[in-house]
Design a protein around this ligand. Sequence first.
Ligand code: AFP
Length: 361
Amino acid sequence: MPLTGRQTLTQYLIEQRRRYPAASGNFNALILDVAMACKAIARAVGQGALAGVHGAQTGELGGNSINVQGETQQKLDVLANDYFLRINEWGGHLAGMASEELEAPYPIPAAYPRGSYLLVFDPLDGSSNIDVNLTVGSIFSILRAPSGDEELSEADFLQAGREQVAAGYALYGPSTMLVLSVGDGVDGFTLDKDLGEFMLTHPRMQVPPSTQEFAINASNSRFWEAPVKRFVDECLAGKSGPREKDFNMRWIASMVAEAHRILTRGGVFLYPRDSKDASKPGRLRLLYEANPIGFLIEQAGGRASTGYGPVLQEQPTQLHQRIGLVFGSRHEVERIERYHAEPQAPSEPNPLFCERSLFRV
Ligand code: AFP
């Protein structure tokens, strides 16, 4: 047993690697670099206004800086993205990176050796929580890079979620945590700030199969599809409705924090496909939000879906592609998929155009 009474992330990775005697150690070194980036971000988040990292980033022309998603970038979005790039580019483990904050993939600079993995990340998820001092996080996904010397292209990143080698997130809340899956369950580590080490505190995390808690941004309800409306209405009807039990609701506006709650005590999260903006079939991004969280949830025995089928089976077509996402306790996600699969009742006829109406056609 280690001296501290708990395993460090490094010790954990060494033990994992012993299962693959031929492994080079590059993968472990990559995870430790990602963990280092998360520690640097945790420090900046923890210092808050003292570090001068609150507020919107100023763009080159003086106004607010806007990212590829058309969203205002916060100073901390830019700093976190920079930490990810700088700390992960030099080690020789990566062939390239892609980030929510960058329009195109980031190839490894020629000064550094090229490795065999790709790193895809959302450096700071839940940006609207920064200035109000609420929980935010980082999400990452690790894929295999194509072998060969050809120049890296966007197509190399367009791999279905089931191809992920590892995925995880860091949570910057009352304590800093790193939650990780290398394809063999999900383990959670808490940062010991004095030692500067992530310590294994939440081994073998499991999503309970049933729940009475759901998370959805109800202000979008007029844009939801019928199966989602039905699911939420039934939850709201509580004991006297068809579900015959009361439900509780939570909304943190940081998916990584919702995922952590669900990995800890169960629940179901929905950011479904909706009709709010015809150019966006959902709010969340497939490659660096839905896929890594989906991988973790499935590794912990939960389910992650588009509402229509497993999200990890989706073949991406664009780096910044958006998608509807539902994940969490298996029984609820399966129920939502069932509602999507059932034939929809025809919508109510518009009374203005009925028999005996003013505008009969
Ligand atoms: P950012 O990627 O801009 O930080 O947004 C966070 C997020 O994509 C996700 O983490 C939340 O679930 C969702 O947005 C919250 O969005 P709204 O509450 O604004 O609908």
